[in-house]
Design a protein around this ligand. Structure first.
Ligand SMILES: Cc1ncc(COP(=O)(O)O)c(C=O)c1O
Length: 496
C-alpha cells in the first residue's frame, strides 16, 4: 500500500529509486512513447504543429493535448489490420463528442460501458447499430435505452440481466421490432497483463459467465431459446496492457471450444467472436508493444486453427482496443509550482542522495493511474531544453495525499524551476476519463491539435460548474479571479 492520507511518511514507505541511469539526452522524445506529431522546435515541444507554451497560455494547465492525427491514425491502423473484422473503440479509455464523431466517421464500432457513455455516443450522432453495451450491472433504464435506440449488441453479463432484458425485448418484438442482438460475455479463466498470463479453471471476478462452471453454456442455451433475443456470438476480455499474444491465443482456444459446445447442444453455429481489448502501449521507451498487424495475424490464425479442429466455420472476429487507440496520442501539460529537494536515506554506493519533489498544478485527480495501479509514466521538460546535469526527481501533484504521484522516479535537468512546463506522455487513456474532483480540483480541458490548429474539444470545468451541484452554493458566485484558471505566467516564471 503506497497511497495513504497526508502526513509524515511511515517508516520504510519510501522504496529506493527504481530508475536506471540517466539517458544521454534528457529532452529526447522517443517515438514509441510520444505522439506522432511531437517534435522539438528551437528546444520547445510542439504537438500537432503548436508550441506547448502557446497552448498553455491559451488554455491553462493542467491541459490534455490530443494529437488528432495520432488518435485517428491508430484507429485506422487497427481497422486496416483487422480488415473483415469489427474494431470496436473501447470508449471508456476516453470519450467526448468529438472522439465519438471521429470514430463514427472513420468507420469503427464503439463500446459503451454505461448508459451515459451510450447516451453520449448517441447524442454525438454515433450510429446505434455500431454500438455495443457492456456492464456487469446494467440498470433497467440503461437496458431500455439500448433496446429503444436499436444498438448493435447488448453484451450479456449475468442471468439477472437476461431476466431484465427479455420483457423489454419481447415488447419490442410485439410492437413489430426485431429481436435484440446479444453476445454472451464469457469468463474464460485467463488473466493477462503485460508479458504474463495465467490460465486458471475459474476466475474470481465480477464479469461474465464462467466457462469452467458451465454457466456460459447454460446462458447461451437459454438465450438461443428466447425468441425476443438473437444470440450472435461470444465475447471474452482477458486483461489490459498486454504485450504478448499468448494470452489471447489461450482465450481463443477456450472460447472457440464453447462455440463447439453450443453447436452440439443446440445445433446453432454462432457467427461472431469478440476477443476484447487490452493491447498494450509503450509508457516508457523500453516498452515494445505488439503492432496491430501482428496481433491481427496471430488471432486470425489461432481462431482459424481452433475452428478447423472442431469442424466449425470461422466466425467474424471483433476486437475492442481502447488504450492502444487513445493512449499514445495525448500528453498532459503541467506547470511546475514548487521543487523540494528531499534527502534520501543512505543508499547504495553511487545511489542518488537527494530526490527532488517536483510539484505540478494537477495530480491524482487528472491521472489516478500511478497511485491506483503503480503505473509508470515518463515526462520531459517541455518549454525548453537544458544542458544542466540530470537530477533524480519525482513528479507529484498538489493533492493532500502523499500517494499523489504522477511519475515515480525519473531524471530531469537539475535546473528545472517553478514556471517550467512538464509534459507527461501517453496520458490519453484512463486519465481524463477517470478524473475526479478530489480536493475540489477541476477537470482539465482537452485540446485537439492538428496541423497547427488547436481546438478545445472539452472545456475546463469551472468552480461555478461545481458550485451549481451544491444545494447551498448553487446561486453563490464563484470567487473572482477564478482559482481554477491558472495565471498565464507563473510569478517565478521560467517559461520562455
Ligand atoms: C470488455 C472490455 N473491452 C475492452 C476494454 C479496453 O481495454 P484496453 O483499453 O486495455 O484496450 C476493456 C477494458 O477494461 C474491457 O473491459
Amino acid at each position: 500500500m503506497r497511497a495513504h492520507p497526508a502526513g509524515p511518511l511511515h517508516g520504510g514507505m519510501t522504496p529506493p529509486p527504481s530508475v536506471g541511469l540517466p539517458p544521454a539526452d534528457l529532452g529526447a522524445l522517443d517515438p514509441q512513447v510520444w505522439p506522432r506529431s511531437a517534435q522539438r522546435v528551437d528546444g520547445e515541444l510542439h504537438l500537432g504543429g503548436r508550441p506547448v507554451t502557446e497552448l498553455a497560455r491559451a488554455h491553462g494547465t493542467p491541459l490534455f493535448v490530443l494529437d488528432e492525427a495520432d488518435f485517428r491514425g491508430r484507429a485506422a491502423d487497427f481497422a486496416a489490420a483487422f480488415d473483415g473484422a469489427d474494431v470496436h473503440y473501447a470508449s471508456k479509455a476516453f470519450l467526448c463528442g468529438q472522439v465519438a464523431r471521429w470514430i463514427a466517421d472513420d468507420g469503427l464500432h464503439l463500446d459503451a460501458c454505461s448508459g451515459n457513455e451510450l447516451a453520449l455516443a448517441l447524442a454525438a450522432g454515433f450510429p446505434a447499430e455500431r454500438i455495443a453495451l457492456h456492464g456487469n450491472n446494467k440498470s433497467l433504464v440503461e437496458l431500455q435505452l439500448a433496446v429503444d435506440s436499436g444498438i448493435g449488441h447488448v453484451v450479456l453479463d449475468s442471468f439477472d440481466e437476461i431476466d431484465r432484458l427479455v420483457p423489454m425485448a419481447a415488447a419490442r418484438v410485439a410492437a413489430g421490432g426485431a429481436p435484440v442482438p446479444v453476445l454472451i460475455r464469457t469468463t474464460v479463466g485467463i488473466e493477462a497483463h503485460t508479458h504474463e498470463f495465467i490460465a486458471t479453471a475459474h476466475e474470481d471476478q465480477k464479469f461474465g459467465f464462467s466457462l469452467a462452471t458451465g454457466d456460459a453454456l447454460t446462458a447461451a442455451v437459454r438465450v438461443i431459446r428466447e425468441p425476443a433475443l438473437r444470440l450472435t456470438g461470444l465475447h471474452s476480455h482477458i486483461g489490459s496492457q498486454i504485450f504478448d499474444t499468448a494470452g489471447f491465443e489461450a482465450a481463443a482456444h477456450r472460447v472457440v471450444g464453447l462455440l463447439g459446445q453450443v453447436w452440439q447442444a443446440t445445433g446453432e453455429v454462432l457467427g461472431e467472436l469478440n476477443l476484447g481489448g487490452g493491447f498494450g502501449i509503450a509508457y516508457l521507451p523500453e516498452e515494445d508493444p505488439v503492432s496491430p498487424d501482428d496481433v491481427a495475424r496471430r488471432l486470425r490464425s489461432v481462431v482459424a486453427a481452433e475452428c478447423a479442429a472442431l469442424d466449425l466455420p470461422v466466425p467474424r472476429l471483433a476486437v475492442e482496443p481502447g488504450r492502444a487507440i487513445a493512449g499514445p496520442g495525448t500528453v498532459t501539460l503541467y506547470e511546475i509550482g514548487t521543487i523540494k529537494p528531499v534527502r534520501l536515506g543512505s543508499g547504495g554506493q553511487g545511489a542518488p542522495q537527494v530526490r527532488n519533489y517536483v510539484s505540478v498544478d494537477g495530480g491524482m485527480s487528472d491521472n489516478i493511474r500511478t497511485a491506483l495501479y503503480d503505473a509508470s509514466y515518463t515526462c520531459v521538460l517541455a518549454n525548453r531544453t537544458s544542458d544542466a546535469p540530470p537530477a533524480l526527481c519525482r513528479v507529484v501533484g498538489k493533492h493532500c495525499e502523499s500517494g499523489d504521484v504522477l511519475v515515480r522516479d525519473l531524471w530531469l535537468p537539475a535546473d528545472v524551476q517553478p514556471g517550467d512546463l512538464l509534459a507527461v506522455a501517453a496520458t490519453g487513456a484512463y486519465c481524463w476519463s477517470m478524473a475526479s474532483n478530489y480536493n475540489y480540483l477541476l477537470k482539465p480541458p482537452v485540446v485537439a491539435v492538428r496541423e497547427g490548429v488547436a481546438t478545445e474539444v472539452v472545456r475546463r470545468q469551472t468552480l461555478s460548474d461545481v458550485f451549481a451541484l451544491d444545494a447551498v452554493l448553487a446561486d453563490v458566485p464563484a470567487p473572482s479571479p477564478a482559482i481554477d484558471q491558472p495565471a498565464p505566467e507563473h510569478p517565478a516564471g521560467a517559461r520562455s
